[in-house]
Write a protein that binds this ligand. Structure first.
Ligand code: COA
Length: 700
């Protein structure tokens, strides 16, 4: 659907254009007029002959032409009536500013539903209700009560909070930030964030899509669209608030460790969305993405008129994992020729405290021409001789000579650099108030560039026995069982190529000894009952049994104690299993997020997961590369690789386990949660073993 009527309408009607200054309807009309909108404006108010010098109409049908965009600012109970008028007239685009809908309780929710029904019937697309409105600076369209229009620019902004948008606008105006459009989506009764992300992806003037969201309406679609769009334009989102999905009762480790926060983190990472944790950082990043090219690599050079901030920048570059650029001999010679003898001609290039604009310009041009530099940060502290305005203009001019290189300004201070900062920003150079903020922005840009340039995702499909897994899952669902016991879980895992410990169920102590003799000692005994999920809690697991005697004693004890502890449990015997002793215990898991689907988890077993929560997540289906990245993300990765005298484990085998798990949970949406815990991994060449597993399912 084209959003052109919202962004560039030929005419706008404001229904509820009050005569009274300070009322929302009046302020919206006044803003539209003040903004210089070139199309026709129709105030609608049955009680007023004119508002703001414009002739007023009693209703929509009285306007001389059908308005292309209608802004509704009448009290909530009157909104359905105005919507009916829109249907009659054939209006297709409406912004409802009015509050008092879904956000206000049950009555409001019903009213919103009515509005949506009318809109669907008339083929009307709606922004809001309960929103601040729409602003498109380049078209001088201000259909909002967010104050005056900011300047035009490359940032498209979507906000689920009108109040936050008002704050952003204020900050933007004070900092010369330009926008292609700003959309307050309010209650998202019809159009939601994804509709506008899609529209902004298509919109030529929008270079960066930014926004503030409290929730995402359609998780699956969001991932698909955002991933595709992030390849063309960066998406920078602030996300707050939870939907409570994380609070669901979890029956697995993975389930208890995942929640809303994890889901969003994983989804954003998968879709290449850059998450911003404050308005400030979003601003910092957005201005650079909107004004500068992406750095071609991690090499950063610094030009400064003071030693201290130069060192601060150098420290930040190192901490951020970027490279402190090494200037070529030729560049250094050129710098030596144009700078005073006491200047530093190495990176950070110190043009000295008495530097005027000319030194900055020459130094920046030389640095940007150096093929070993991808990004330059220009630092200035306002010293006695400093010329902030001239230097800012010099930076703008030098950067224009090298449009393929990324240049960031960092004029430190406030009042004394304000004029220079303005010149930087209006000249297309983003400005930061600390070296760290500038460096962090470069880091984010490099990370995004790497994401954008990564090879196409290819998810490997393993040959598996899908039918077998399906039979087991269906059987459980038919019987109304949510938890799949250990033996069946293992069969499912085996069907997907996992190796599980050998073993069989014994119903007598003698049988248990015979099985143990065949397996070889040591062995493990586990109580065997479909009714006992947490076997250890009832004394139903004994490990490290090294003799027939041990096995007999353990068997007898279990069979004596457990029926007393759990008199209603159906006990089928005791599972005698080989004991896997070689290798390290890790945990592979999955918890299905209600909005986004299966979230895979990896962590080192035991306390690393339970106490330290050292785990990594990824959205399934997963590629081999992503599986490896999950391992690398954990703090314990070094231990897995082997430290000091400790032998490392086969990390590729773990990555394969994650991919197989990913395939299983993708092919079976019935699986809600699962743990393979422990997954025992040995050194390279030793096949890992899925020692224990727990799967919970739900009918679709
Ligand atoms: N068509 C057009 N205009 C009509 C009308 C109709 N059918 N019926 C009444 N009006 C006029 C009124 O006469 C009034 O004009 P006047 O002041 O010149 O008399 C004007 O519309 C507004 O109506 P009023 O009843 O005075 O409402 P209000 O201005 O007090 O409140 C809202 C209307 C929409 C602002 C209010 O209900 C609201 O929702 N406020 C919150 C908005 C908000 O915060 N949104 C979310 C931001 S994030």
């Amino acid at each position: 659907m084209s959003m052109e009527s919202f962004f560039n309408p030929k005419s706008v009607a404001v229904v509820g254009a009050s005569r009274q200054k300070g009322k929302t309807g009046y302020e919206i009309l006044a803003a539209l007029v003040r903004g210089g909108f070139a199309g026709q404006i129709f105030p609608i108010n049955p009680k007023a002959p004119e508002v703001e010098g414009l002739p007023c109409y009693p209703d929509l049908k009285s306007t001389p032409v059908k308005p292309e965009l209608v802004v509704i600012v009448v009290p909530a109970p009157m909104v359905p009536g105005v919507m009916e008028e829109c249907v009659e007239l054939g209006v297709k685009s409406v912004v409802i500013i009015t509050a008092g809908f879904k956000e206000a309780g049950e009555e409001g929710r019903k009213l919103e539903q009515t509005v949506v029904e009318i809109a669907r019937r008339g083929g009307i697309r709606v922004v809001g209700p309960n929103c601040l409105g729409v602003m498109v600076p380049i078209n001088k369209l201000n259909a909002s009560f967010g104050g005056d229009l900011p300047g035009p620019g490359g940032i498209g902004y979507i906000s689920q909070s009108g109040a936050l948008l008002a704050a952003i606008l204020d900050l933007a105006r004070a900092n010369e930030m330009g926008f292609s459009m700003l959309i307050s989506i309010g209650n998202k009764a019809d159009l939601n964030e994804l509709d506008f992300i899609d529209a902004m992806a298509e919109h030529e003037g929008t270079k960066v899509i930014a926004g503030y969201l409290e929730n995402i309406t359609d998780g699956d679609q969001f991932v698909l669209h955002a991933e595709r769009i992030s390849r063309q334009k960066p998406i920078l989102l602030m996300k707050s608030g939870g939907t409570g999905a994380g609070a669901k009762a979890a029956s697995s480790h993975t389930g208890s460790l995942t929640g809303d926060e994890v889901a969003y983190e994983v989804v954003f990472e998968r879709a290449g969305v850059i998450r911003c944790d404050s308005i400030r950082t979003q601003f910092d990043y957005a201005q650079a993405f909107a004004m500068q090219p992406l750095p071609k690599g991690p090499r950063v050079a610094v030009i400064t008129n003071a030693g201290g901030p130069g060192i601060m920048a150098a420290d930040a570059i190192e901490k951020a994992g970027l490279t402190f650029a090494k200037l070529t001999d030729a560049s250094q010679e050129r710098l030596a020729k144009c700078l005073p003898p006491s200047a530093n001609i190495h990176n950070p290039v110190d043009v000295l405290g008495d530097a005027l604009a000319d030194r900055y310009q020459q130094a920046l041009e030389i640095v940007l021409a150096d093929e070993g530099v991808d990004t330059a940060i220009v630092l200035l502290t306002p010293q006695a001789m400093s010329d902030d305005k001239g230097t800012a203009q010099a930076v703008v001019d030098a950067a224009r000579v090298h449009p393929d290189k990324c240049v960031l300004g960092c004029f430190l201070g406030a009042a004394k650099v304000a004029a220079g900062v303005k010149i930087l920003r209006t000249g297309g150079i983003p400005q930061y108030d600390s070296p760290e903020a500038a460096v962090e922005t470069i880091q984010v840009m490099c990370h995004y560039a790497a994401w954008k340039n990564r090879p196409k995702r290819v998810v490997k499909l393993f040959p598996v026995n899908r039918r077998k897994a399906e039979r087991i899952i269906d059987r459980h669902l038919r019987r109304g069982l949510r938890e799949i016991g250990e033996m069946d879980s293992k069969e499912i895992l085996e069907a997907y190529g996992f190796v599980t410990p050998r073993g069989s169920v014994a119903t007598t102590a003698q049988q248990a000894v015979n099985i143990a003799d065949q397996l070889g000692y040591p062995v493990v005994l586990k109580i065997w009952s479909p009714d006992i999920i947490h076997k250890s809690d009832v004394g139903g697991v004994r490990v490290g049994l090294t003799s027939a005697r041990d096995v007999t004693d353990a068997f007898d004890l279990m069979m004596y104690r457990i029926p007393r502890k759990m008199p209603n449990a159906d006990i089928l015997g005791v599972l005698v299993q080989e004991m896997c002793t070689r290798g390290k215990e890790v945990i592979l898991g999955m918890s299905r997020d209600p909005h986004f689907g299966p979230l895979l988890m990896f962590g080192m077993g035991g306390i690393m997961v339970e106490v330290l929560k050292d785990v990594a997540f990824h959205l399934a289906p997963i590629t081999a590369q992503e599986a490896k990245e999950m391992l690398v993300k954990t703090k314990t990765y070094q231990i897995l690789k082997g430290v000091r005298s400790q032998e490392g484990v086969d990390v590729d085998a773990i990555a394969e386990g994650l991919q197989r798990l990913s395939q299983l949970v993708t092919e079976f949406p019935q699986i809600q949660e699962m743990d393979v815990n422990p997954f025992m991994v040995g050194p390279e060449g030793v096949t890992p073993v899925a020692v224990d597993a727990r799967i919970s399912v739900e009918g679709m």
